[in-house]
Design a protein around this ligand. Structure first.
Ligand SMILES: [Zn+2]
Length: 471
């Protein structure tokens, strides 16, 4: 069914590139339904994105925001977009404060000596080089820390051991994230000199799950780290028996004059080029693993979908823009992109980001404006053979990097991937290429190319309020 042939790729109206690529037959006279079926089937056999994430994680590895590795990833992405036939390809830099991990060590010093597995939270300040050695106070639930009186933690290390339950759509992460983001300042307000929390992970391995923290303005910044799940459980058991002392050493550094990179490219629309469907993922990653499921897989999905659309002999009606964000993990990229592209925002008709691993898509959420439309029925029919069924509620989030665009009025869609085991690996040293199943990644890519292609072709105005809406 698929052949390796020399295919003409369409480019900036007149710029063409020659590339040897697996192709499929899609003709000018095909209806959208026929073309989308061919795209979907081609995606299931295509390994373009999978090969990209293999190269990214193998030749570059971790891509912490603001590092040389992140810059090299942006150059690899730029070349990949150009080679695939994208136009208007460019890298944009923006200023960030880079954060570099350094050493992270912890041990119980009393009642007995025991090593603990910890990792500093992104953005954490350092301990003194010799570390901090003091008594801990354990809180089984974060709300108990919030209920503690000011001064009650004076000179101690606060430890929150609240677990995060498993969920298909990852909803529990959204509920638990305040433990990591807000915990250090809440502990400091009550007198704590350092903060530890049970990793926001659903596994039971001795791996810490990192992630960014956010210090509150005007509150003393204290060192903060995540404990592996078994180590948090160990501290809870020890604390139930009596006083426990810990020594903690964290030596991160930061660079206030670093820069991160966002890469983008377009396939210009043939009929309505000023209407842009924007799909994205983030190129940066945490530093312990190689950023395969977060978010090399998302990059693979949107590049894979974009590459298939680039091979079509007939241009889609609207413009497709693929954006590979930098510094998502440190919270910079979404706001930076929305600021740099404020003039574009009225022309972006639909957006979404792939940032939830490498597993199958099981459901999709469309903008409210698509409810009860021919477009939505066509999309549902096209996704059905992939085992994907629509969710009735409208999409209210398209990913962290898309959130500022969404807040500025850009409608979003969401293709939900099976996240039951996503938080077993998320932000750990185990986030490596071997965790990606090429067939599941291909199914997700097929879902994206289906949704994106039909969104490029429809006349539906996604910005228009839904029929029956009072807005
Ligand atoms: Zn991510």
């Amino acid at each position: 069914m698929f052949r390796t042939v020399i295919t003409l790729l369409w480019g900036a109206g007149l710029a063409f590139g020659l590339a040897i690529v697996p192709t499929f037959q899609a003709h000018a006279q095909d209806s959208d339904a026929v073309t989308v079926q061919k795209l979907r089937n081609a995606a299931l056999d295509d390994r373009f994105g999978y090969r990209f994430v293999e190269t990214l994680t193998t030749t570059i590895g971790q891509r912490l925001a603001g590092t040389d590795a992140e810059a090299r990833a942006s150059m690899l992405a730029e070349k990949t977009l150009l080679d695939a036939g994208f136009v208007n390809v460019h890298r944009e830099s923006f200023p960030i404060t880079a954060w570099i991990r350094g050493r992270g060590e912890a041990e119980v010093t009393a009642p007995s000596s025991q090593r603990l597995v910890v990792a500093a939270l992104g953005g954490s300040v350092a301990t003194p080089p010799e570390g901090i050695e003091t008594e801990i106070m354990v809180f089984p639930h974060y709300s108990q820390l919030l209920a503690a009186a000011p001064g009650s933690l004076d000179g101690k290390i606060a430890v929150v051991t609240e677990p995060m339950p498993r969920a298909m759509d990852g909803a529990n992460y959204g509920a638990a994230i305040r433990i990591r983001r807000g915990g250090p300042s809440e502990a400091a307000k009550r007198g704590a000199i350092a903060y530890l929390h049970r990793s926001l992970g659903t596994d039971e391995r001795r791996l810490a799950h990192v992630g960014a923290t956010n210090y509150a303005e005007g509150v003393k910044r204290i060192p903060a780290a995540a404990l592996s799940v078994p180590d948090a459980q160990q501290l809870a058991r020890l604390a139930a028996l009596g006083k426990v002392r810990i020594r903690l050493v964290l030596t991160p550094t930061s660079d206030e004059h670093a820069q991160a990179w966002t890469v983008s490219g377009e396939l210009r629309g043939g009929e309505r080029p000023d209407e842009i469907v924007l799909i994205g993922a983030h190129l940066d990653s945490w530093d312990l693993g190689t950023g395969a499921i977060d978010d090399g897989a998302g990059v693979a999905i949107v590049l894979g979908a974009g590459n298939l659309i680039a091979q079509l002999k007939v241009r889609p009606k609207r413009t497709l823009r693929v954006v590979l964000f930098g510094a998502e993990e440190m919270d910079y990229s979404g706001p930076a992109y929305a600021k740099m592209h404020a003039d574009d925002i009225p022309r972006i008709v639909l957006a979404s980001e792939a940032d939830f691993g490498a597993r199958r898509v099981y459901t999709f959420l469309a903008p409210a404006s698509a409810a009860n439309t021919h477009f939505l029925q066509t999309l549902a029919d096209a996704l059905n053979p992939l085992g994907i069924f629509p969710t009735r509620q409208p999409a209210i989030s398209g990913g962290d990097d898309i959130a500022p665009l969404h807040a500025a009025g850009v409608p979003v869609f969401s293709l939900r991937q099976n996240g039951l085991d996503y938080f077993d690996i998320h932000h750990t040293a185990d986030d490596t290429f071997d965790k990606i199943d090429p067939q599941e990644l291909a199914q997700a890519t097929a879902a994206w190319v289906t949704t994106v292609y039909l969104s490029l072709q429809t006349d539906l105005d996604f910005r228009k309020p839904a029929a029956g809406s009072k807005n």
